[in-house]
Design a protein around this ligand. Structure first.
Ligand SMILES: C[S@@+](CC[C@H](N)C(=O)[O-])C[C@H]1O[C@@H](n2cnc3c(N)ncnc32)[C@H](O)[C@@H]1O
Length: 254
């Protein structure tokens, strides 16, 4: 399937994305290993929607034998620059360019929601070996931190959406259903973590979101200038402590 325009918008900001997006904590990969019942070392992993390779690099650091799949040309080019010795294939989750029963684990870091689960679930099951697993996860903002909730309201006003901070976190059943995985045996874990980054990195991270990338650049710049003023008051040393909760779902192939 051709990526939707908003999914495709990442292509325009691949370098910014690579430099500013949050990574994933070691506890996430420890949880994946616990759920799949084996270490990632020597595991055959296909990382789908790999983008610039943020998750792929961490999977490889744990010894996984990773192949990446990415639909976006610019993202794939950035990936090749960052991880020249990891194979990356152009393709998407709805029609995986991978052989039947060829992988122990399929991962989607922050990319599962771009797929059509009526197609991507059967595709994952086709490509996984019996007993293999599909792991999908997202870094979500910790909206119980007051400044993060307040910023979310400002971002929503700018991007024309409703604040995400007002919505309750989905319970396990809802999370599994929303992910289109209700027919499978799924384990869920939420992993809280933080990183402290320069103010510029924080602002670049916010504005690399797909909702920003489709807006007028001058409007975005004006918003970011106001946001810089807000955050300087909160973080006078211009070091921003971002807090995330990674929402992890691991589905076993029957
Ligand atoms: C938010 S980025 C995540 C990138 C990377 N996994 C990471 O953790 O930083 C989402 C990625 O999904 C890709 N994507 C868009 N549509 C897709 C689809 N149908 N199947 C797989 N990936 C898709 C985009 O090109 C983009 O690289």
């Amino acid at each position: 399937m051709t990526p939707t325009p908003r999914a495709h918008a990442f292509n325009t900001a691949a370098a910014q994305y690579a430099a500013s997006r949050p990574s994933y904590p070691p506890a996430l990969f420890a949880s994946v290993e616990e759920f799949i019942g084996r270490p990632l070392a020597d595991c055959r992993v296909a990382d789908i929607g790999a983008g610039t390779g943020i998750a792929t690099a961490l999977l490889r650091e744990r010894g996984a034998r990773v192949i990446a799949v990415e639909p976006g040309g610019t993202m794939a080019a950035q990936f090749r620059e960052a991880l020249p010795d990891v194979p990356v294939v152009r393709g998407d989750g709805n029609a995986l360019p991978l052989a039947d029963a060829s992988q122990d684990l399929i991962t989607y870091a922050q990319s599962w929601h771009w797929t059509d689960t009526a197609r991507s679930v059967p595709e994952a099951l086709r490509v996984l070996r019996p007993g293999g697993a599909l792991a999908v996860w997202w870094n979500t903002s910790a909206f119980d931190v007051p400044w993060i909730a307040a910023q979310d309201e400002r971002v929503a006003a700018h991007c024309g959406g409703t604040p995400r901070s007002g919505r309750p976190r989905p319970d396990d059943g809802d999370a599994v259903r929303l992910a289109g995985l209700a027919d499978l045996r799924v384990a869920r874990r939420q992993v809280r973590w933080s990183r402290t980054v320069p103010l510029d990195t924080h602002l670049a991270n916010i504005s690399s979101r797909s909702a920003f990338l489709v807006l007028d650049a001058a409007d975005n710049n004006a918003f970011l200038a106001r946001e810089r003023d807000h955050l300087r008051r909160l973080f006078p040393d211009e070091r921003v402590a971002e807090t995330y909760v990674v929402d992890l779902l691991v589905a076993a192939r029957p």
